[in-house]
Design a binder for this molecule. Structure first.
Ligand SMILES: [Zn+2]
Ligand SMILES: [Zn+2]
Length: 397
């Protein structure tokens, strides 16, 4: 392997290992005190406190998000590597996505790198990214220019698989409203134009054409307004549709398709329809395999073998997508539980505070630190990572 000397890797691993108890304490503190998206004040306070004491320059409230932060440590000119820390929890389930482990591993990598900066030129940027589960802090941070000048964005995610990456779909939400005409359903049935019936027709249409969507494309709808009384033909009905697709380009196609289906249903039922995209959604994740392969080599030293993901499996969406289209990024999954389980469950929350969770967090901290050092010290590797990003972007992958 090119890059830093074995001596530097050894130092980084040692710097992580000697902080093991402290990092585990941070992880357990976050786990015991879960905070929801955009409300992670104590988590942000705990993490920025650690970084400040180590000598990082800390800015809080980045991109207008109260619980986002940046912490920077640098040593002259050179490349900049970002470590991404998530720390939001799930309603009613605590840390059932294990973001406490993501935060502790990223913190450990940052502190280890800080200890060797006299040996390494460049900048370490720790990015506190709130609200992964709901809202997408990284989308706002990316749009605010947080990743301008960054050469790599690194994080890991605990999971039920040992995969160097996984397909994470692009996603958005579409609100579809049908306008009909109210009438008494028995007193004046021929005047009524049933907007709810039109919406139900759209669900049926979606079920039919949904079978032939490309792999990764998926539509899941709910009815958000289905009328208010059984003795009135609904004049208005509204549904909210979650759309996902393997790539952002495929998602745009699916959005256009849903518009076409809605117009078709409106024409058939005599209603009118409005179709509106809600918010910006998430871009798909573009794995930088130049860097995720490096991460895999490094974490193998801790006895964890990452493989390519199983074919045809999509693990939902994440706001890392919007980062990965801008700069070389990695988002490997490291198992803290067997694949008979899944995340977002009580069992996963327990695993995020288990001995296995601790082992994975420390292994990930070491592998993140070593991969970050590769980016900072190896110009060829960094150039290859950028070339890979451009190549994938040109293909829309
Ligand atoms: Zn998560
Ligand atoms: Zn999650």
């Amino acid at each position: 392997m090119d890059g830093p000397s074995d001596d530097l890797y050894g130092r980084l691993r040692h710097e992580c290992a000697r902080r093991a108890d402290d990092l585990w304490h941070v992880s357990r503190t976050l786990h015991a005190d879960p905070e929801l998206a955009y409300e992670e004040h104590r988590a942000a306070g705990l993490l920025t406190g650690q970084l400040r004491r180590a000598g990082f320059q800390v800015e809080q409230g980045t991109a207008g998000l109260d619980t986002a932060f940046l912490a920077r440590a640098g040593n002259g000119p050179g490349r900049c590597v970002a470590l991404l820390l998530e720390y939001d929890a799930l309603p009613g389930m605590g840390h059932a996505c294990g973001h406490n482990l993501i935060a502790a591993a990223g913190l450990g990598a940052a502190l280890a790198l800080h200890s060797v900066m006299e040996q390494v030129a460049g900048t370490v940027l720790v990015v506190g990214t709130p609200a992964e589960e709901q809202g997408g802090g990284k989308v706002a941070l990316a749009e605010a220019g947080t990743f301008d000048g960054v050469d790599a964005a690194l994080m890991f995610h605990p999971g039920v698989h040992d995969w160097s990456w996984a397909p994470l779909t692009a996603q958005t939400q579409i609100r579809v409203g049908f306008h009909g005409r109210a009438a008494h359903p028995t007193g004046d049935p021929t005047r009524g134009i049933d907007a709810l019936a039109a919406l139900i027709q759209l669900f049926n249409t979606t079920a039919v054409v949904g079978k032939r969507l490309p792999p990764g494309s998926h539509v899941q709808g709910i009815i958000t307004d289905g009328g208010s009384a059984t003795n009135v033909v609904p004049a208005y009905a509204e549904g909210l549709f979650g759309l996902r697709a393997a790539t952002s380009t495929a998602l745009d196609t699916l959005v256009a398709d849903l518009g076409t289906w809605s117009e078709g249903v409106a024409a058939a039922t005599g209603t009118t329809v409005s179709v509106k995209r809600q918010g910006s959604g998430y871009a798909h994740f573009r794995d930088n395999d130049v860097l995720s392969d490096r991460f895999s080599e490094h974490i193998a030293r801790s006895g964890i073998q990452l493989t390519q993901p199983a074919g045809g499996v999509y693990l939902g969406s994440s706001d890392i997508g919007d980062v990965s289209g801008r700069v070389p990024a990695i988002h490997p999954f490291v198992a803290i539980l067997g694949d008979e389980e899944s995340d977002h469950t009580p069992a996963f929350a327990k695993a995020a505070d288990s001995d296995r969770g601790r082992h994975v967090m420390l292994a990930a901290a070491e592998a993140l630190a070593c991969t970050a050092a590769d980016v900072l010290t190896d110009a060829t590797l960094s150039a290859q990572a950028w070339a890979r990003l451009r190549e994938k972007a040109a293909q829309g992958l």
